[in-house]
Write a protein that binds this ligand. Structure first.
Ligand SMILES: NC(=O)c1ccc[n+]([C@@H]2O[C@H](COP(=O)([O-])OP(=O)(O)OC[C@H]3O[C@@H](n4cnc5c(N)ncnc54)[C@H](O)[C@@H]3O)[C@@H](O)[C@H]2O)c1
Length: 238
């Protein structure tokens, strides 16, 4: 059993990861901005919920004083639905802060104690958008590509401490993030998303959580610096 921290754990892929890591026997803490959903999931799973904004360094530090985490899943993310020329500098800074800098803050906080212990697992929840690009999601895609480069760099720097750092790249997954896109663009977008995959369907949050849990496991100790598409073949050939 390890002390695990999941960011953005109150919804979608994060919530599925919390449930899965609890089932795998870990002591799970999760952080989120959504107090109501967080409290509900904590009651359901027995995981510890901490209300925190992952872009706020003081709040992140507060979370990290609670335990010496051995597993970190950087899952916080927020989508973009606008072409680049309609995206303001303030908006792209917000997207970079949420999708990329949150991972910097949590990794910066947990790595020293992982290094001291000589064991650790870090997983970035990136996206196929990061390697394939995304029409209407240029800054999101840039941030997600950044997460992969960040993971590979941390993998190189931390292998000598037996810390692995990997990225999971979901394709379209049935979560509230996708539901918000349906509300904005209509139901046809689901068919369009499914059509991007070889499997011709959306993924389920549990399917992404399974890949994350594998990278977090003891058995995955010889796998680091990898970027695994969990996307129904969307990235096939990329
Ligand atoms: N759903 C998809 O199709 C899809 C595809 C590729 C990648 N992803 C990635 O998977 C991750 C999870 O996505 P999801 O679909 O489950 O999204 P979601 O919107 O259902 O969940 C994201 C969670 O993060 C929390 N959050 C957002 N900003 C935060 C902040 N600053 N501090 C703390 N918590 C914050 C939200 O409150 C929410 O609970 C994201 O990184 C997303 O980019 C999702």
């Amino acid at each position: 059993m390890a002390q695990a921290l999941v960011t953005g754990g109150a919804s979608g892929i994060g919530a599925a990861t919390v449930r899965r890591l609890v089932r795998d026997g870990h002591a799970v803490t999760f952080v989120d901005l959504d107090e109501k959903a967080g409290a509900t999931l904590a009651t359901e799973t027995g995981a510890r919920f901490m209300l925190a904004d992952g872009t706020n360094q003081a709040q992140v530090n507060q979370v990290l004083t609670r335990s010496e985490f051995e597993i970190l899943v950087n899952n916080i993310g927020a989508d973009q639905h606008a072409f680049f020329t309609s995206t303001s500098p303030d908006e792209w800074r917000r997207l970079l802060a949420v999708n990329l800098e949150t991972a910097f803050l949590f990794c910066h906080g947990v790595l020293p104690s992982m290094q001291q212990r000589g064991w650790g697992r870090i997983v970035m929840v990136a996206s196929e958008a990061g390697r394939l690009g995304s029409k209407g999601g240029s800054v999101y895609a840039a941030a997600k590509a950044g997460l992969v480069g960040f993971a590979r760099s941390l993998a190189r720097e931390n292998a000598r401490y037996a810390i692995t750092v990997n990225a999971v790249l979901p394709g379209p997954v049935r979560t509230p993030m996708v539901e918000r896109a349906v509300n904005e663009f209509g139901g046809k977008i689901l068919d369009d998303m499914a059509g991007l995959t070889l499997m011709r369907r959306l993924g389920e949050p549990d399917e992404i959580a399974a890949a994350i849990a594998f990278f977090c496991s003891t058995e995955a100790g010889f796998i680091t610096g990898e970027a695994l598409g969990v996307s129904g073949g969307m990235g096939c050939g990329a």
